[in-house]
Write a protein that binds this ligand. Structure first.
Ligand SMILES: [Zn+2]
Ligand SMILES: [Zn+2]
Ligand SMILES: [Zn+2]
Ligand SMILES: [Zn+2]
Ligand SMILES: [Zn+2]
Ligand SMILES: [Zn+2]
Ligand SMILES: [Zn+2]
Ligand SMILES: [Zn+2]
Length: 421
């Protein structure tokens, strides 16, 4: 590609983040370039979330929009300049004096997000309770994990019709209703508290003020185990007790009679920590945004958007917008065409033959996806008497026992011996 067309190609990148490096492919990707309608990079075909695309500013706007018109508006601020809601993520900066010999230096750690609680000691303890590689310390693996989960769990195209591709006015209307409904009924943000501070209705039979006559009866079993009192609080997910003094996560939508260990506050489908404790509560289960939406609407395996149109294709156990059941390599429409699944993605026959077809060890030609083949380890043959035959005596081996040696196959020990001698 000459310089001029290259420059043009880059400036034409219609979306934010073009040119961002792929965290998975590193140098192999020339830089992020958004596919026309798939949410993937045209260069390396990885998802947006694998690229370092959205600045934290853009992430904050996305989450800000999610909380707009909800009961969580205290978590957002509207910018004076453009009135766009922005997420007021709680950044926590901890400073620890480090004493080395005579010098005292200050070591600061910045958490890009921390539970928005008054008591910083609780937020700090919360962080200690999640694995180090998931703690969103600025510049660390954990911060990258958080960013990736933001992209994965809360796709902008699940909440904002303007981030979707060519929706009809009716689809826009349906999507707006869908988003409004989940904002009102299922979306929530976890709350970090000490269990003993929470006086939920389920606690009413239990002593909360240390009254001796009542604790004696409930405490009987607990005393035997040497864990009095805190036995009252068990995690909704793992059923294990909370340790005395450790904070738990509560979800208002689930009710304050339920609580979770910080590491147990995860999506019931992808099992990832709910990013920034943003959850969707449905049928007694916690979901991330993506998996809640998947439980309500079909999602197009081509463009990753939810499908609001009544007409769509089901193929290969996945759903597709009619216009998006396309070859993963050349984007030609596959309806009524022959296609081959490669790594769960449909590929048209010409692309398959060009890019993926396996070679026959007999005739050294590509094996057409529709014809019968014999495969052994990573070797393949046309299932014909001309191709699948003894490498020594040329006897047809179809339906026969055979002995493979690397790329060769033999009908008998004798033939094998003859060839190896
Ligand atoms: Zn990549
Ligand atoms: Zn890429
Ligand atoms: Zn737990
Ligand atoms: Zn999930
Ligand atoms: Zn689609
Ligand atoms: Zn193709
Ligand atoms: Zn062949
Ligand atoms: Zn033979």
């Amino acid at each position: 590609m000459d310089l001029e067309s290259r420059v043009k190609k880059i400036t034409l990148g219609h979306e934010q983040g073009s040119g961002a490096p792929c965290l998975k492919c590193k140098d192999k990707c020339e830089g992020f370039e958004l596919h026309f309608w798939r949410k993937i990079c045209r260069n390396c075909k990885c998802g947006q979330e694998e690229h370092d695309i959205l600045s934290s500013n853009e992430d904050d706007r996305k989450v800000g929009k999610l909380f707009e018109d909800t009961k969580y508006t205290t978590l957002i601020a509207k910018l004076k300049t453009d009135g766009i809601p922005t997420y007021k993520r709680n950044v926590m900066i901890l400073t620890n004096p480090v004493v080395a010999k005579k010098d005292v230096s200050i070591n600061t750690v910045t958490y890009e997000w921390a539970p928005p609680v008054q008591n910083q000691a609780l937020a700090k303890r919360y962080m200690e309770m999640i694995p180090k590689e998931k703690q969103p310390v600025a510049g660390s693996e954990g911060a990258q994990y958080r960013k990736k989960q933001l992209a994965k769990q809360l796709p902008a195209h699940d909440q904002d019709p303007s981030k979707c591709h060519e929706l009809s006015p009716n689809e826009v209307k349906q999507m707006e209703q869908f988003v409004k409904k989940y904002k009102n009924e299922v979306l929530g943000v976890g709350d970090v508290k000490l269990p003993k501070e929470v006086d939920g209705p389920a606690e009413k039979n239990k002593s909360s003020d240390g009254d001796k006559s009542t604790t004696a009866t409930i405490g009987a079993l607990g005393d035997q185990l040497g864990t009095p009192k805190e036995g009252q609080y068990s995690c909704y997910r793992c059923k294990l007790n909370m340790k005395e003094g450790d904070p738990a996560v509560y979800a208002e939508r689930a009710g304050y009679d339920k609580l979770w260990h910080p590491v147990c506050f995860i999506c019931s489908v992808c099992k990832e920590l709910l990013v920034d404790m943003i959850y969707f509560w449905k049928g007694g289960k916690l979901y991330c945004g993506r998996h809640y939406c998947d439980s309500e609407k079909p999602r197009c395996a081509g463009c990753d958007e939810l499908i609001f149109s009544n007409e769509y294709t089901q193929a290969e156990g996945q759903n597709w917008h009619l216009k998006h059941f396309c070859c993963f390599d050349c984007d030609c429409v596959l309806a009524g065409e022959i296609y081959v699944m490669v790594n769960d993605k449909p590929v048209c026959k010409p692309c398959y033959v060009k890019n993926y077809a396996v070679l026959c060890q007999g005739c050294h030609n590509a094996i057409d996806p529709e014809v019968q083949r014999v495969s052994y380890n990573s070797f393949h043959w046309h299932a014909t008497p001309e191709c699948f035959l003894c490498s020594c005596c040329n006897k047809c081996l179809i339906g026969q026992k055979f002995m493979p040696v690397e790329k060769m196959v033999f009908c008998s020990v004798e033939c094998k011996k003859k060839m190896s001698s």
